[in-house]
Design a protein around this ligand. Structure first.
Ligand SMILES: CC(C)(COP(=O)(O)OP(=O)(O)OC[C@H]1O[C@@H](n2cnc3c(N)ncnc32)[C@H](O)[C@@H]1OP(=O)(O)O)[C@@H](O)C(=O)NCCC(=O)NCCS
Length: 129
């Protein structure tokens, strides 16, 4: 799994318990999955279809740095299935794992559209085309 993104937990990210608000973390995960999928599938119209069970295993406090990791599970026809793990850099604990996030590539009418991709591509390889 590659951890592309780090976030700094700020006062506006906290719940009334003074720890990282779950909704904020889900927003960050969804955005990370969308960015990753849009780049991989080379289609800006790529949306979240499904997320498997959410289990918050530990938390983060103000000032902590967290990192978000994404791994490809499967390239489908119109879909891309990802796995996600978020870790707290300070406590070194896993905050959450999401075993399956299904993103779907859409056409101009908002219908599922085959993306034609079968493997992870890296920017450096695309630049050499
Ligand atoms: C995404 C959307 C177009 C898919 O429509 P659909 O009728 O399910 O389309 P399909 O049946 O052709 O399925 C498309 C792909 O999604 C997968 N899929 C559909 N429902 C799924 C589910 N519940 N869980 C996992 N994968 C699912 C299918 O397996 C298929 O994958 P493949 O093409 O790689 O084989 C439609 O559900 C939609 O617009 N949803 C709203 C998405 C959205 O707006 N998200 C933002 C958050 S609100």
């Amino acid at each position: 799994m590659r951890f592309h993104t780090r976030k700094w937990v700020k006062p506006e990210d906290l719940n009334p318990n003074g720890t990282l608000f779950g909704g904020r973390l889900l927003e960050w995960i969804d955005e990370e999955a969308a960015l990753y999928s849009i780049i991989q599938l080379e289609n800006q119209k790529t949306v979240t279809k499904f997320m498997s069970e959410i289990d918050f295993r530990s938390s983060a406090e103000q000032g902590d740095i967290i990192e978000i990791g994404i791994e490809v599970i499967k390239f489908g026809h119109a879909s891309l299935t990802l796995k996600c793990e978020v870790r707290n850099k300070m406590t070194r604990k896993t905050i959450i794992t999401v075993d399956r996030i299904v993103m779907v590539s859409l056409d101009e009418h908002g219908k599922a559209k085959a993306h034609g991709k079968t493997e992870v591509e890296y920017v450096k390889d695309r630049l050499n085309d």
